[in-house]
Design a protein around this ligand. Sequence first.
Ligand SMILES: CC(=O)SCCNC(=O)CCNC(=O)[C@H](O)C(C)(C)COP(=O)(O)OP(=O)(O)OC[C@H]1O[C@@H](n2cnc3c(N)ncnc32)[C@H](O)[C@@H]1OP(=O)(O)O
Ligand SMILES: N[C@@H](CCO)C(=O)O
Length: 346
Amino acid sequence: MQQHYYTYKEKFDLEFGESLEGFTLSYYTYGQLNQDKSNVIWVCHALTGNADVFDWWNGLFGEDAIFNPKDHFIICVNVLGSCYGSTGPTSINPKTNEPFYGSFPNISIRDIVNSLNILRDHLGIKSINTLIGGSLGGQQALEWAVMHPKMMENLIICATNSKHSAWGIAFNEAQRMSIEADPTWGDKSNDAGVNGLKAARAIAMLSYRNYSTYEETQSEKDVNKVDNYRASTYQQYQGDKLTKRFNAYSYWTLSKTMDSHHLGRNRKSLEEALQSIQAYTQVIGITSDVLFPVSEQRFITQHIPNVTYEEITSLYGHDGFLVETYKIAAAIRAFFKQKNKKRVVL
Ligand SMILES: CC(=O)SCCNC(=O)CCNC(=O)[C@H](O)C(C)(C)COP(=O)(O)OP(=O)(O)OC[C@H]1O[C@@H](n2cnc3c(N)ncnc32)[C@H](O)[C@@H]1OP(=O)(O)O
Ligand SMILES: N[C@@H](CCO)C(=O)O
């Protein structure tokens, strides 16, 4: 594994009218590019993920996994707006020589894809063998496949959607309200909004999991207990855990990025955007996902021309796309095997 940085020094215009004076992307690579550069597996990470895909998608990516450094050149890039080395709210704004914090521009999934595509070009990669992502990562992968339909041979998207739902936006708004209610929010400090972020993650967990997950893993064993329930300490713990590795400004920014995801924006329609995808596509849904319900992946499947669809069962709801790596790997193996068969009609 190697960690790299790439800095783009030109003005970078953003979809919603603002611009960045260049940007830096932090990215990890595993394995070597083969001679004809045909073994590229490009991974797009989710909301709080980072570029070290062998760490967070272990089982799908690894020495002996389906995507491995012996056969593939694997690349994963920390997205713009995040806080793991790429340009984001805690980076220095070259115009002021101070961190952006609250002045970081509103960035879209298309902006993220444009930045990834600039890096791809810089690396001399003409085509991507397989582009893969889940959740916010799936939104990027879908957008990339619409913006550059000839760029990737295979597209694998998991627990994602073609436009962010009212339900998803409402969850994100509730989380932003928590962050904004923190009295330190707006401070010019990396710790601004930290308690709000803790509450936001606790809210988010309710959407990443579901009733059954909590019932199975956090139900109270002690019938006489009347406070400090397991479910309560779990929520506190998960909130705290995120604050130790993520920044509230980045979280706020990327939740906005997720909200504005819409493949149909300034195009004829959502359906036509999906129809324009040329990659051979596998769509994977998690049956217990309440945040990106399978109806969203079924919709995507109905409109992409060359597609297969797989539903996976999991106790973990939306987070199943991160947890069920062996089931997902099995589905992907089957996808590659049946690549030349006809599309599944739902
Ligand atoms: C630098 C980095 O860390 S990068 C990490 C990369 N992360 C990403 O890419 C984001 C995606 N990953 C995730 O969102 C998560 O890691 C997931 C979904 C894959 C797994 O979620 P987890 O939180 O690990 O699983 P789970 O819900 O079972 O919770 C387990 C944790 O809760 C703790 N816990 C469980 N029950 C309770 C409880 N009742 N009270 C308090 N703590 C509890 C466990 O001790 C465990 O703690 P640990 O994480 O310190 O080991
Ligand atoms: N657990 C995931 C959920 C969003 O897909 C994350 O934190 O990125």
